[in-house]
Design a protein around this ligand. Structure first.
Ligand SMILES: Cc1cc2nc3c(=O)[nH]c(=O)nc-3n(C[C@H](O)[C@H](O)[C@H](O)COP(=O)(O)OP(=O)(O)OC[C@H]3O[C@@H](n4cnc5c(N)ncnc54)[C@H](O)[C@@H]3O)c2cc1C
Length: 350
């Protein structure tokens, strides 16, 4: 357990925004967390739960306490390695484990399931928050259950996959129950036999570029390497250009709205989600409005990816948010689409 008063958050958020917290409380066990909450309480309007800070924009300081999760440990719960009927493997991961390190560890164990989610920044405990997803796979494809600390009662509860209500970049933890639970552990359902997902079209092309024959079934390590190559090429590195990944979600619209958009803008990428809904490319709309690569003072839109806002050096959260608001307005004026932000905005309404 570690407490720091008036702490800088600059190195605890991938936007590198220089906000401060009234107090930083780092806990290594649920016992330490429970004791702290009993003594100080937790008010979501004043206090904040923080993981790796890669999906957050500090538009203001945090008046109260920032709870930094350092719950470490990962283990294989059951391994049906020797069984001919069951090849599934359950693994438990404590919330403070770094997501990408976890992915690499599962590959070392010969497990399939997380390879498409390689190189996503942040900690395991935040993964259910927005049902992290990339390259055709979402956490919901591999999540078994989540252990949470209920802040009001101090009780530890187990929530099944359906209980978590995961959807595209959303969950009950991010929406209706925001601030109610601290996720302490996730249980994942992985596999010893290939469960390769190459639905994302660019992935097969990348594997081919790596010399893997078009008709070959790639290993999990090969898929992971392809994802890493794609991500390193397409996304700005937060260590060099501080950012929080995609700033806006891809809007989900009815089929009739998607058809209307496709008729007016034949080049807009449209993905069918279900028999009722389609997803539109927010990046395409933002680029179409002329924002890609555009700078506004110390904030900018990445020239590599129109969905990524970057801190060019010393930008405040308010400056980045101001740019986001202008992008939101121009997309709305042009396409009638109300873009939703992906990161948590602290200290301001969007
Ligand atoms: C370069 C880059 C690329 C990215 N690519 C992707 C991508 O491909 N797909 C994707 O889905 N995301 C992506 N992201 C976003 C981000 O990495 C994920 O959302 C990640 O899961 C956030 O983890 P974190 O630990 O940094 O969370 P934080 O930013 O610390 O927190 C995010 C939210 O979760 C809450 N939270 C954190 N930990 C807990 C906990 N233990 N219990 C309860 N609440 C908690 C926080 O209060 C906050 O509301 C990207 C970000 C960057 C910078």
């Amino acid at each position: 357990m570690k407490r720091t008063a008036n702490a800088s958050l600059k190195h605890l958020n991938s936007f590198a925004v220089d906000a401060t917290a009234g107090q930083l409380f780092e806990f290594r066990s649920t016992g330490e967390l429970d004791k702290f909450i009993q003594e100080h309480g937790f008010d979501p309007n004043r206090d904040l739960i923080l993981g790796g800070g890669s999906n957050i924009l500090f538009a203001d300081d945090v008046e109260g306490t920032v709870l930094v999760n350092r719950l470490m440990g990962k283990s294989i719960v059951n391994d049906c390695h020797d069984s001919s009927t069951d090849t599934e493997v359950l693994i438990d991961v404590h919330a403070g484990e770094v997501w990408h390190t976890l992915v690499m560890w599962t590959l070392d164990q010969g497990l399939y399931g997380l390879e498409n989610l390689s190189l996503i920044p942040g900690l395991a405990g935040a993964a259910p928050m927005q049902n992290i997803g990339a390259y055709g796979v979402e956490l919901s494809d591999v999540l078994d259950s989540v252990e949470v600390f209920e802040i009001e009662s101090g009780a530890i509860r187990e929530l099944s996959l359906p209980d978590c209500r995961l959807s595209y970049r959303d969950s009950r933890f991010k929406s209706v129950d925001a601030g109610k639970y601290l996720i302490t552990r996730v249980r994942l359902r992985l596999n010893r036999v290939p469960r390769t997902n190459l639905n994302y079209s660019g992935l097969r092309d990348e594997l081919t570029a790596m010399g893997i024959a078009h008709d070959a079934l790639p290993t999990a390590v090969q898929v992971s390497n392809a994802v890493i190559r794609l991500r390193q090429r397409k996304l700005p590195d937060p260590e060099i250009q501080p950012n929080a990944g995609s700033f806006f979600k891809n809007p989900i619209v009815s089929h009739s709205k998607a058809t209307e958009m496709a008729q007016e803008y034949p080049l807009i990428p449209v993905y069918t989600l279900s028999d009722k809904q389609s997803k539109l490319s927010a990046a395409w709309m933002i680029e179409h409005c002329g924002w890609k690569g555009h700078s506004m003072g110390r904030a900018a839109v990445s020239s590599q990816h129109a969905l990524v806002l970057i801190n060019r050096g010393g930008a405040s959260g308010k400056e980045i948010l101001e740019l986001a608001r202008l992008i939101h307005k121009s997309v709305f004026d042009r396409f009638g689409i109300d873009l939703q932000t992906e990161p948590l905005i602290v200290g301001a309404d969007v």
